[in-house]
Ligand binder design. Structure first.
Ligand SMILES: *Cc1c(COP(=O)(O)O)cnc(C)c1O
Length: 397
C-alpha cells in the first residue's frame, strides 16, 4: 500500500521564494521566446569581474589551492579585509573579527542566527531587501516591519524606531546604501538611530553591501565607527558581489567584536565550512591590487552615475510618477500610486503590454512603488522609459 509522504517542515512551507528573482526569471523566459524585453529587474552589476581578480583565482586553482581552508577564511584575506576597514573608515579591526562566508546573504543569515533566539523580535525597516524577513523567520524570530516611505526619503526615523521596540526586540537591521531604494543615510541620521538601539541594548546588523556605490559626493558610513557602544553591538556585513561585479563568486564578509565573530564562524563551521578556497584568492587580489581594482570600480561608477541621472530624468518627465534621485546602489524607486493600480498589477501589465520588467514595491514591503535597476545599458534605459511613458499614458486615459 502506498503512503502519502508526511508534509514538509514548517521551514520549507513558510519560506517565500525571492520575488525579485521570479520577475527576472519571467523576463528572461520572455526574452528566450524571442520577445524584446527591457529588463529593469536585475539585482547585479552588468559588468564582468575585473581580469586581475579572475587571473588570481585561476593561478590559485593551478597552484593547488583546492583543499579545505579555515572556516572563517584564509588568513591573508581576513587580514586584508581588516586592513581595508582601517584604510576606508579608520576602523581598527583584527583578522580574528572577520568571517568570510559564502555570500553576503549567508553572512546576514549567520548574523541573525548568532544574535536572535526563537521568539525574539527583529526590526526591519521597509522598503527592505527581500531576504531579511525570511531569514529572520528561518531563525525562529519575528520580523517587525516598519515602513519608511518617500516622505522621509525611505529612511527610518528615531521616533519610528523607538515606537517599534518592545521588551522582545533583540536586533535592528540597517541597510545603507539601500536595496531597493538606493537611499543613503547620513552619518548623523545613523548616529541618531544607533543611539536608540544602544539605549534599548539591541544588536545591529548593518548591511553595507553597497558602500562603494555612492554618487553626488554621498559618503557611506561604517556603523561600527559611530561610537564605542555602536562598535560593541554591530555586525557589519559587506562583500565582493556588488562592488567588484563578483555576484557568482559567493563571497561575503562579516566583521564584529571577536566573541560575536567567533560564534558566527562556529555556526558556519556546521552549516557550510569555508568559501571556495581558490575563489578567496581572487577576492584577495581585489583588495591587494589596489590600483587595478580602483580603475575597474571607477569605470562602473561612472557608468552607473550616468545611467542613474538618465533614468531619473526620464522618469521625472512621466506625468503621474514621482521619483527621488537616490544617491547609492543601482536602483531607483519611483512612486506609482497616483495611477490607482496595485503595484503587482502595474508590473504584470507593464511586462505583458510593453515588455518592460520591473519589480513591484510590495515585494519589498512598500506598496505603490517600482524598483528599477539601472545596472543595464543606456539603450535599454532609453527604450524602457519610452515604453513606460506610453504605458502610463494609457492608464491616465
Ligand atoms: C546583493 C545583496 C546582498 C548579498 O549579496 P551576495 O551576493 O550574497 O554577496 C546583501 N544585501 C543586499 C542589500 C544586497 O542587495
Amino acid at each position: 500500500m502506498s503512503q502519502t509522504p508526511a508534509p514538509l517542515s514548517s521551514w520549507a512551507r513558510n519560506v517565500s521564494p525571492s520575488p525579485t528573482l521570479a520577475v527576472d526569471a519571467k523576463a528572461k523566459a520572455l526574452q528566450a521566446a524571442g520577445e524584446d524585453v527591457c529588463g529593469f529587474a536585475a539585482g547585479e552589476p552588468d559588468f564582468d569581474t575585473p581580469e586581475h581578480i579572475k587571473e588570481a583565482c585561476i593561478a590559485a586553482l593551478k597552484a593547488g589551492k583546492t583543499k579545505y581552508a579555515p572556516t572563517p577564511g584564509i588568513e591573508p584575506l581576513r587580514t586584508a579585509i581588516a586592513e581595508r576597514y582601517l584604510a576606508d573608515y579608520g576602523h581598527k579591526v583584527v583578522a580574528g573579527q572577520v568571517v568570510v562566508s559564502p555570500g553576503g546573504k549567508f553572512s546576514c543569515y549567520l548574523g541573525v542566527l548568532a544574535t536572535c533566539s526563537p521568539g525574539d523580535e527583529v526590526i526591519v525597516p521597509a522598503p527592505f531587501w527581500v531576504s531579511y524577513p525570511e531569514m529572520v523567520k528561518l531563525a525562529g524570530a519575528v520580523p517587525k516591519l516598519v515602513l519608511a516611505d518617500d516622505r522621509t526619503g525611505f529612511k527610518l526615523t528615531p521616533a519610528q524606531l523607538e515606537a517599534a521596540i518592545t521588551p522582545r526586540t533583540r536586533l535592528l537591521i540597517l541597510n545603507s546604501p539601500s536595496n531597493p531604494t538606493g537611499a543613503v543615510y547620513t552619518r548623523a541620521e545613523l548616529a541618531a538611530l544607533v543611539a536608540v538601539a544602544v539605549k534599548h541594548n539591541l544588536y545591529i546588523l548593518s548591511d553595507e553591501m553597497y558602500e562603494h556605490l555612492v554618487y553626488d559626493g554621498a559618503k557611506p558610513t561604517c556603523v561600527a565607527t559611530l561610537s564605542p557602544e555602536a562598535e560593541a553591538r554591530t555586525l557589519i556585513v559587506a562583500g565582493f558581489s556588488k562592488t567588484y561585479a563578483m555576484t557568482g563568486w559567493r563571497i561575503g564578509t562579516l566583521v564584529a567584536p571577536a566573541p560575536i565573530a567567533k560564534a558566527v564562524s562556529e555556526l558556519q563551521s556546521q552549516m557550510s565550512s569555508n568559501v571556495t578556497t581558490f575563489a578567496q584568492y581572487g577576492a584577495l587580489a581585489a583588495l591587494k591590487e589596489k590600483e587595478k581594482t580602483a580603475a575597474a570600480l571607477k569605470t562602473m561608477l561612472v557608468a552607473f552615475d550616468r545611467r542613474r541621472k538618465f533614468l531619473h530624468a526620464g522618469l521625472s518627465r512621466i506625468p503621474g510618477i514621482s521619483c527621488l534621485l537616490a544617491e547609492g546602489a543601482f536602483y531607483l524607486f519611483p512612486n506609482i500610486s497616483s495611477f490607482g493600480l496595485k503595484d503587482v498589477d502595474f508590473c504584470a501589465r507593464l511586462l505583458d503590454e510593453q515588455k518592460v520588467a520591473a519589480v513591484p514595491g510590495s515585494a519589498f514591503g512598500a506598496e505603490g512603488y517600482l524598483r528599477l535597476s539601472y545596472a543595464t545599458s543606456d539603450e535599454i534605459i532609453a527604450k524602457g522609459v519610452e515604453r513606460l511613458t506610453r504605458f502610463c499614458a494609457t492608464l491616465r486615459k
